[in-house]
Design a protein around this ligand. Structure first.
Ligand SMILES: [Zn+2]
Length: 412
């Protein structure tokens, strides 16, 4: 029997048992409140001592790997926020496939019908914070690792499968220090050949091959304050900004339309100016959220915005880029995408289509570091970060089987 046949048969014969493993693990991990928020918001969550507290879920992950006899390494930039990576296969120098899921979650928020941290099972679905994002998929990857070990298929892989439970995906502090994938990549602690990030939803129907870049710019109009009764003595920064806003509305970036991401976008999301009706406003500022496509650089976006400012006669503006990350995209004609399509067709009956996203996942960090990574996952994208977050159990079990089959195809 081939490795493939062994896995397919094992999932047919042990489906109930695997389902139970996935459900129990999801439930256990979701009960741990690994809420990740920016430092400023930490006081709003009295149950947290530090952001994320991923060690709570890491403990469960390590127990599962220990019980299965799968070796792992633990990497942490700070105590309490570890990343755990289990490995299967013969050769760490051969091809390496990383399956990473994150252990932190966003806050529960309002509007839940049940306790967000107590998973409820109903009609084939699991409800609770983290069931989809991202503890359900993590349970699914762990279940796959157990099956690969039990059937000995995992030990026979020529390359290496990396089962990764990572920290710090959901919130970024203004200091930009990353405790998850950014840390692992920066410190060269991981070096997969390819990676599948199960954190996009889309019910496994689409493969995320490109993500827009995201940048925030702040532009301040600098006028001159004066008494409201003598506006001629001041320079009204709000009038100045109004002219700039007109220019920005008409702004067209220089770019090439991307095959799946299409066009960039620009949103003027905030405007602030003035202190009182009887004061000529001395300053006024706006925030722009710009989503870029590959090819657009910080320099050419800055130049385009500066061009708008220069067209305002008598205007004086200060431009600052508050954050920047690049867009990325991979050619969908690659081994990883083909393996996903082929196996999905066999197990699910359809071939997932490549597409592009406006948001960002671990795939961006990895691609920008030269690792071929795509997003592909179970679950409904509408269930992310909302009350009554849910995931279909069947999809989690199918994803476990597909994880095994991908490892066989890519690491044989
Ligand atoms: Zn996520």
């Amino acid at each position: 029997m081939t490795a493939r046949e062994t896995i397919r048969q094992y999932f047919r014969e042990h489906r109930d048992e695997i389902t139970k493993t996935v459900v129990d693990l999801t439930r256990e991990m979701c009960a741990e409140k690994t809420v990740n928020v920016v430092s400023e918001k930490l006081p709003e969550f009295p149950f947290l001592k530090i952001r994320g507290e991923e060690y709570r879920v890491a403990k469960i992950v390590k127990r599962v790997l220990d019980e299965a006899g799968i070796p792992y390494n633990e990497y942490a930039r700070m105590e309490g926020r570890p990343n755990v990576i289990g490995t299967l296969g013969k050769n760490a120098n051969g091809k390496r496939l990383m399956m990473p899921a994150h252990m932190d979650v966003v806050p529960a928020g309002e509007g839940w019908d049940t306790d967000p941290y107590e998973v409820v099972e109903k009609d084939g679905f699991l409800y609770g914070r983290g069931t989809l994002d991202n503890k359900g998929p993590l349970a699914s990857i762990l279940a796959a690792a157990k099956v690969l070990k039990e059937t000995a298929v995992g030990d026979e892989l020529a390359g290496q499968l990396q089962i990764a439970a990572l920290a710090d995906e959901e919130a970024e502090d203004p200091d930009g220090i990353d405790y998850g994938i950014g840390y692992l990549v920066d410190e060269k602690l991981v070096n997969p050949t390819f990676s599948v990030i199960p954190d996009i939803g889309e019910n496994m129907e689409r493969i995320d091959i490109a993500e827009k870049g995201r940048t925030v710019f702040k532009i301040t109009a600098i006028g001159k304050q004066a008494h409201g009764s003598t506006p001629e003595r001041g320079i009204n920064a709000v009038y100045m900004m109004a002219k700039l806003v007109n220019e920005i509305e008409m702004l067209k970036f220089n770019y090439e339309v991307h095959p799946v991401l299409g066009d960039p976008s620009l949103n003027l999301g905030e405007i602030h100016g003035g202190a009182a009706p009887n004061i000529v406003p001395g300053s006024c500022y706006i925030y722009l959220d710009i989503r870029t496509v590959p090819g657009m650089t910080k320099e050419n976006v800055t130049t385009a915005l500066q061009g708008c400012a220069d067209r305002v006669v008598g205007g004086k503006f200060q431009l600052s880029c508050m954050s920047w990350n690049d867009a990325h995209g991979v050619d969908p004609d690659n081994e990883l995408v083909h393996a996903i399509q082929k196996n999905a067709k066999e197990v699910l009956g359809f071939e997932p289509e490549p597409f592009g996203m406006g948001g960002g996942t671990y795939a961006k960090t990895m691609n920008l570091a030269g690792i071929l990574a795509v997003g592909w996952s179970p679950g409904d994208d509408e269930a992310y970060h909302v009350a009554n977050e849910y995931v279909e159990i069947k999809q989690l079990v199918d994803f476990a089987e597909l994880t095994c089959l991908l490892a066989i195809d890519l690491l044989a």
